[in-house]
Design a protein. Structure first.
Length: 254
């Protein structure tokens, strides 16, 4: 199984427009962060979690030309706004993309991308063409791959994380309900969000992410969805050995 972190940044992306802080001015490529997303390949299944605002660039940069499915965590703009570029995969690969999300997420997607439901536009293939599937708390399969949804809190909003084999992806989380920890046992790799050093009402801070990562106790944990508060090299130095910052382009083989 191969995971590529295609974006490790929070909603504004890093550098932030007009900001001249040290991280935004940094020449370290690991301090440049597109909006949060991952690409996963397992067996013959290729999928992405979320179609971030930067989806097109993320596919191009990583030379990814094909996906079968999208798993959505929630409907916030930074996680869905690249959805229109699914069109290119429809056309190049001649396939319909299966999308998975909570009932709320799929509903919000259809409101935001209302034009994609227009029969005439569908006929001329100038909209993303997809089949939607509702995800509850129960595990499901895409082809032969089992996907375990993790129910999470993002402030008051109910969102989803996903476990696939020995890998789990959690972003935009501010609280993991007690029961859900059971689904996160014996992980080889965990990716979990860490917004900034200071606490935030709807996202884990670095400290909260580290505390949750310690409890989950994956062999290796990577942090994602980071602001410009978090310089790559400096922050890695103060983190425990098996917890690192992720960065755009990071490839994890599991
Ligand atoms: Zn987000
Ligand atoms: Zn900045
Ligand atoms: Zn969000």
């Amino acid at each position: 199984m191969k995971v590529i972190v295609t974006g490790s940044g929070t909603s504004q992306g890093i550098p932030v427009i007009g900001c001249d802080c040290a991280v935004c001015r940094s020449r370290n490529p690991k301090d440049k962060r597109l909006r949060a997303s991952v690409y996963i390949e397992t067996g013959r299944l290729k999928l992405v979690i979320d179609t971030s605002v930067d989806f097109r660039q993320q596919m191009l940069r990583n030379k990814l030309y094909d996906i079968d499915a999208v798993l959505f965590t929630h409907h916030h703009v930074d996680h869905i706004f690249g959805f229109d570029d699914i069109r290119q995969i429809n056309q190049q690969q001649k396939k319909i993309i299966d999308i998975y999300g909570s009932r709320r997420t799929v509903k919000e997607l259809k409101i935001t991308f209302r034009y994609a439901l227009d029969k005439e536009l569908i006929r001329y293939k100038c909209v993303p063409i997809f089949r939607s599937h509702f995800v509850s708390g129960k595990k499901f399969k895409i082809r032969d791959t089992e996907i375990i949804p993790i129910k999470l809190k993002h402030g008051h909003l109910d969102i989803l994380g996903y476990r696939i084999n020995d890998f789990a992806y959690i972003t935009d989380c501010s609280h993991i309900p007690e029961n859900e920890f059971l689904k996160l046992k014996n992980l080889k790799v965990l990716i979990i969000n860490a917004l900034r050093r200071r606490p935030h009402p709807t996202h884990f801070s670095v400290e909260e992410a580290v505390n949750n990562a310690r409890r989950i106790n994956a062999e290796m944990t990577y942090l994602t969805h980071m602001t410009h508060d978090i310089p790559h090299n400096k922050t890695n130095k103060i983190l425990p050995q098996n917890i690192r910052l992720s960065y755009d382009g990071l490839i994890i083989n599991i």
